[in-house]
Design a protein around this ligand. Structure first.
Ligand SMILES: Nc1ncnc2c1ncn2[C@@H]1O[C@H](COP(=O)(O)OP(=O)(O)OP(=O)(O)O)[C@@H](O)[C@H]1O
Ligand SMILES: [Mg+2]
Length: 364
């Protein structure tokens, strides 16, 4: 594998055998043409940082273009340097960057287009009624996305903390292989760029409780979010469910008592119609709860997670099965895992962190 850099043209190329992939700087004109002038009909969705549009380049290849909402000139250099690092990262389970565009006030990021959109859209969105995610696909997505994060945490240089792992950032290619998106991106966004983000980047329901206290993100915060994502994948539930107009329940508080009572069948997504591999479901759920523990030092690393999900370490798994936290409902109650009654937290259902002190968010 070789990278080479063409001075002045901001163009990197990568060679792997016959395969030849490139990324490059796009002109605004080209992206206008590809997206039919960012036509509303081309819009795939909108996140905290901007809107994403489907587009087609002159060579027929399909792209997804993220058009950032607001940008500050101050962040210019950082944006370019980081994007150049991110664009060189390639892994089968990471969404590939095709390039970017920085012209005038416009900042755009160009990605490969994923035909099966996001995991979120299959679990809770437009595609949730089609029920195309059978158990085999879910297991593949769990393992694939964990391998993508292992690459970011342990193999990429420099190491990358994602900071915003969630179902809408796990995209699915034409074979339903998982591609983790938006890695390393959150830290590029300047302070106050949108109403939906704050100093601490992340999304409600997925945020590790200690995240607010830390000055910098660390790997275990991603592990926590990944645990929430695994529970979501197995159960089809949202990270935070609205039980009534004033009561919300986190997915951990819902799942942990069921695990203690060994009611794994009640955790499985009803849309699976009972068609799942019991041992695998148990593995996914127990690993998920280990990841989503309050104490970061008790969480596994993503390397452990991959090994456990693949069923490669019987010793480690039996250690988890016998963990104190799965022994009794009493343990659950003493960990503070109860539903929360809140009148004013309507923003929770919007999945975006608003401009509130994080402590309030993490009391959920
Ligand atoms: N490369 C892509 N291929 C296909 N669809 C995409 C692609 N990138 C994004 N999307 C779609 O666009 C939607 C919006 O993406 P975006 O990343 O802006 O928001 P988000 O993931 O919901 O939140 P965040 O801003 O925190 O990442 C996604 O949910 C997804 O459905
Ligand atoms: Mg995203």
């Amino acid at each position: 594998m070789a990278f080479w850099f063409c001075c002045g043209k901001s163009s990197y190329r990568r060679r792997r055998g016959k395969e030849h992939q490139t990324w490059r700087v796009f002109s605004l004109k080209e992206l206008h043409a590809a997206t039919n002038n960012f036509n509303y009909d081309n819009k795939l969705g909108e996140g905290g940082f901007g809107s994403v549009y489907w587009g087609q380049l002159w060579d027929g290849s399909q792209i997804a273009v993220k058009r950032l909402k607001v940008w500050s000139n101050k962040a210019e250099t950082e944006f370019t340097i980081e994007l150049e690092i991110l664009a060189r990262i390639r892994h089968k389970n990471l969404l590939g960057l095709r390039g970017y565009c920085a012209e005038g006030q416009e900042r755009l990021i160009v990605y490969e287009y994923m035909t099966n959109l996001s995991l979120h859209s299959h679990l809770h969105g437009h595609h949730s009624f089609e029920c195309v995610l059978d158990w085999k696909r879910r297991m593949n997505i769990a393992i694939g996305s964990s391998e993508g994060i292992v690459y970011l945490h342990h193999q990429a240089t420099p190491h990358i903390i994602h900071r915003d792992i969630k179902a809408s950032n796990v995209l699915l290619d034409s074979d339903f292989q998982a591609r983790v998106a938006d890695f390393g991106f959150a830290k590029l966004i300047p302070e106050g760029a949108t109403h939906a983000t704050t100093k601490v980047k992340g999304t409600l329901g997925y945020l590790a409780p200690e995240y607010a206290m830390l000055d910098k993100a660390i790997e275990s915060c991603d592990v926590y979010s990944f645990g929430i994502l695994l529970l979501e994948l197995a159960s089809g539930r949202r990270p935070i469910e609205k039980l009534s107009s004033s009561v919300r329940q986190s997915i951990v508080d819902w799942a942990l008592p069921l695990v203690c009572e060994k009611k794994f069948d009640e955790i499985a997504d009803p849309r699976l119609n009972g068609k799942y591999v019991e041992g695998e479901l148990k593995r996914v759920v127990l690993v998920a709860l280990m990841c989503a523990q309050d104490l970061p030092e008790k969480r596994p690393t993503m390397l452990d997670v991959v090994e456990l999900l693949k069923g490669e370490s019987k010793v480690k798994f039996s250690h988890i099965e016998n963990s104190e936290m799965f022994r009794s409902i009493l343990a659950v109650e003493s960990s503070g895992g109860t539903s929360v009654a809140e009148d004013t937290l309507d923003y929770i259902s919007e999945e975006k962190e608003l401009e509130r002190p994080l402590k309030e968010n993490t009391e959920l």
